[in-house]
Design a binder for this molecule. Structure first.
Ligand code: 6GU
Length: 250
């Protein structure tokens, strides 16, 4: 998968060299290109923003640098053999970025991220590229960040770990909170490892029993308990028939 990120703070994306995403880059499944938007400015001050038409507070990012940037980045990508780019525009006014979004993005060959500072990008940029490629305006949650760069880090990490060969153990995202299946829409319950006793605290007996059916049932019940406590909205959405089916199987 090819990723391009155009930003006025390229160094904000340095964490993409670390940990899982860094390894995915080094090993090959991820090809990441970070670009400085100011490369596509032509005035002495490298201006990327201006005052909003209609007045109001804050600044709006200008059409021209973004247009040249996205044109150049797409041309370079095509030249290097990439195909079917999609534009991902991080914005608090976007559709929610969820695990389902991450799965859909992970199946795309090429994503171009355009994190904005200030009050966002002149609308005409999004409208223009919407005629040439899929454009996804995405928000990572109901709060406002100073810019989209941190949101890009979040989305890239969520997507990268779904790419084939990136996670050591392919099973490790099967039981993730929000992974599809019988535990769909449940949060993961507690986990334990050695030693069996720590500061007088033991490990739930069932986990030491070796009884896989009982362990699966216990984990499911703990997941339900945790979800009810932290995310009652998710309990509403889950399907009791899926649990009954799982219970009959164990
Ligand atoms: Cl994607 N960008 C900004 N600036 N703030 C956000 C966001 C994105 N998602 C939630 N808040």
């Amino acid at each position: 998968m090819r990723l391009d990120v155009v930003t006025i703070f390229p160094e904000y994306l340095d964490p993409l060299n670390v940990s899982l995403v860094g390894k995915a880059r080094a090993r090959g499944p991820l090809d990441v290109h970070v670009h400085d938007l100011r490369r596509w400015t032509h005035d002495r001050h490298n201006t990327v923003d201006d005052t909003p038409y209609g007045g109001g507070p804050g600044m709006v990012m200008k059409t021209c640098p973004w247009g040249e940037a996205i044109d150049t980045v797409t041309a370079d990508g095509y030249e290097q053999g990439a195909a079917r780019p999609a534009l991902v525009v991080p914005t608090p006014s976007g559709r929610p970025f969820t695990q389902e979004t991450a799965v859909r993005l992970s199946r795309r060959p090429w994503l171009i991220f355009t994190p904005a500072r200030y009050e966002g990008i002149d609308r005409r940029v999004i409208d223009e590229y919407g005629t040439r490629m899929p454009v996804l305006e995405l928000s990572i949650g109901d709060y406002v960040l100073a810019g989209g760069e941190a949101a890009v880090l979040v989305m890239v990490e969520a997507v990268a770990r779904l790419l084939p060969g990136v996670l050591g153990n392919a099973e490790s995202h099967r039981d993730d909170s929000f992974a599809p299946g019988a535990m769909a829409d449940l949060l993961e319950g507690p986990v334990y490892t050695k030693p069996p006793m720590w500061r007088g605290r033991g490990v739930p007996e069932v986990l030491l029993s070796g009884h896989h059916g009982r362990i699966a049932r216990w984990r499911r019940d703990e997941a339900l308990r945790r979800t009810a406590e932290h995310r009652p909205d998710l309990v509403e959405r889950c399907d009791p028939a899926a649990f009954d089916k799982q219970d009959r199987a164990t």
